[in-house]
Design a protein around this ligand. Structure first.
Ligand SMILES: Nc1ncnc2c1ncn2[C@@H]1O[C@H](COP(=O)(O)OP(=O)(O)OP(=O)(O)O)[C@@H](O)[C@H]1O
Length: 318
């Protein structure tokens, strides 16, 4: 790999510990057709990562790189083709027991891209929060249902008295996304997987939602996986960043190290695509082809190099 100082072989412990980790995840989708041989899409290839309470990791990649598949396997929506999902020492995939499914469905929550899709237009916000509270959260909170709803709405910075009676269509996109976050908190989420949580919102309120996630992560000790195609936003939320390309992690480490000293051509490509104030688009340089060729050539290279403490990159010298 060019421009890499003090390189040495290292065995990263990424994904080996942490209270919530995925280890060696692979996911292959098979497309069958009557007229053609079955085709296989390797959406995830040997992905390992670990999350810790009170900390966030950004999982960054372009469309089709495997981010959502990774999120859905972590949340138990898809089963992996290979690998483990470990929560507090339990392999939830091997378990598949009712109790394990219950753990997954309450402790590990997803917040989706479309804030409207997850809400039923026929029901008030109060109704949306009542059910998860009844199922999971009330005993631990020590509050009655009405007070717990108020507490949750305050946590996501909405006025409880005004908001509880409203229907989803009466709220803005940002307010709806806050309700989805409140629902995750209502079931006692310890891990939140936020899959492009701001990409369908107005640019003007995206940062507010990211600030809210950051604040909840710190105040409620939540382990956050923030999934995005926009590497520049990782800085607002995440202590660590992992870059995924064609289903494989290619670079990961402290967010500042990955963004300020990107080593993999694919990370460099993502950063070059970030618009810069004052730089006309046609002057920002098109480096995509060379970077893409080098990134593709490095796929499946198992040599991982530690650039600086905790900053790893898949070797892509060709
Ligand atoms: N249910 C599915 N059946 C078949 N192929 C799928 C399925 N879900 C995802 N894929 C394929 O797996 C690959 C990774 O898709 P995935 O949605 O995880 O990417 P992504 O990075 O989240 O992209 P986006 O940001 O556009 O959602 C893509 O090639 C996609 O077409």
């Amino acid at each position: 790999m060019t421009g890499m100082a003090d390189e040495h072989m290292s065995k990263p412990d990424f994904g080996q510990d942490g209270f919530f980790a995925v280890q060696g995840l692979s996911k292959t989708f098979t497309k069958k057709s009557w007229f053609q041989p079955a085709s296989h899409i390797h959406a995830l290839r040997n992905v390992s990562l670990a999350l810790s309470p009170g900390r966030a990791m950004a999982l960054v990649g372009e469309s089709g790189s495997g981010k959502s598949t990774c999120a859905k396997v972590m949340a138990g929506i898809y089963g992996p083709s290979e690998g483990r999902v470990v929560y507090r020492g339990r392999n939830l995939i091997a378990g598949k027991r009712r109790a394990d499914r219950k753990v997954l469905s309450s402790a590990i929550q997803m917040v989706f891209q479309d804030p409207f899709a997850a809400l039923n237009p026929a029901h008030t916000i109060e109704h949306h929060l009542k059910r998860p509270i009844r199922l999971h959260g009330l005993e631990q909170s020590g509050l009655d249902q009405k007070d717990r709803i108020s507490e949750l709405l305050e946590l996501v910075q909405l006025d409880p008295e005004i908001t509880r009676r409203k229907y989803p269509h009466e709220l803005s996109g940002g307010q709806r996304q806050r309700i989805n976050i409140a629902r995750a908190l209502a079931v006692g989420a310890e891990v939140i997987i936020a899959d492009e949580p701001t990409s369908m919102l107005d640019v003007s309120i995206r940062l507010d939602i990211l600030k809210l996630l950051k604040q909840l992560k710190e105040e409620k000790n939540i382990a956050l996986l923030y999934i995005t195609h926009d590497i520049a936003t990782a800085r607002y939320v995440a202590e660590e960043t992992a870059v995924i390309y064609a289903g494989q992690l290619v670079e990961w480490g402290p967010t500042a190290a990955v963004i300020d000293d990107p080593q993999h051509p694919y990370t460099q490509l993502l950063l070059a695509a970030v618009p810069q104030a004052g730089v006309p688009f046609n002057q920002s340089g098109d480096r995509s082809n060379g970077d893409r060729v080098r990134a593709a050539a490095a796929l499946d290279n198992d040599r991982i190099i530690e650039i600086s403490p905790g900053h790893f990159v898949r070797d892509c010298r060709i």
